[in-house]
Design a protein around this ligand. Structure first.
Ligand code: AMP
Length: 198
């Protein structure tokens, strides 16, 4: 394994503002939060007090970990802004939110989620595709939820709309432990593009 030199200090989690229909999604979100705290890794997320978002954050806080939430003013009410975080950053727009979440994270984890989660995943993936960053992106699957996404990504490559090397831009993990194995094996990021290019 080619471990990284630099410690992972903060990870961004993208996930649902709903809890989904299968309680295993909640269990996974909590397990991830507990593990982040145990590893002394700060959670960066969208500051929501609802859905899987709050499950991850509450698990980190319950285990005495650190949570940074980033939320636009206009969403603070709709997403029931979590008011117990270590740090909350209020921004003016969704783009600022994404930018700050990106800047503060050493890597990205995608839990089950909806359209917003998909948007966040594809944006971070395509930023990586065009060389704006090389931070790891890991989809943490649960109960097969993300298998259609995996099939779609395979289809995009097999039908010639992305090179085979696109598969190297992301990883799938089936458990929290596998997730951290992947993150630890990922090369240390070396790109730091000027933010005006985003
Ligand atoms: P969802 O997966 O739809 O439940 O949304 C999860 C999170 O993604 C929520 O905090 C949403 O506010 C956020 N979100 C939704 N659309 C966007 C977007 N276009 N850019 C950034 N975040 C978004």
């Amino acid at each position: 394994m080619t471990g990284r030199m630099k410690e992972i200090k903060a990870l961004c989690v993208y996930c649902g503002s709903h809890k989904g229909t299968d309680t295993r999604y909640i269990d996974l979100a909590r397990a991830l939060g507990t593990e982040l705290a145990a590893r002394n890794i700060t959670l960066i997320y969208g500051a929501g007090g609802i859905g899987l978002m709050t499950e991850v954050a509450d698990a980190v806080l319950a285990a005495k970990g650190q949570v940074v939430g980033v939320i636009p003013d206009h969403l603070a009410r709709a997403e029931v802004r979590h008011d117990g975080l270590t740090e909350t950053v209020i921004v003016d727009s969704m783009h600022q939110r994404k930018q700050i979440m990106f800047d503060r994270a050493d890597g990205f984890i995608v839990l089950p989620g909806g359209l917003g989660t998909l948007d966040e995943f594809f944006e971070i993936l395509t930023w990586r595709q065009i060389g704006l960053h090389d931070k790891p992106v890991v989809i943490l699957d649960c109960a097969g939820y993300w298998q259609p996404l995996k099939a779609l990504l395979d289809q995009v490559v097999s039908q010639g709309f992305a090179p085979h090397s696109s598969h190297e831009l992301y990883h799938f993990a089936d458990s929290v432990l596998e997730l951290f194995d992947i993150l630890e094996a990922a090369p240390e990021p070396s790109i730091s593009a000027p933010t005006e290019r985003f």
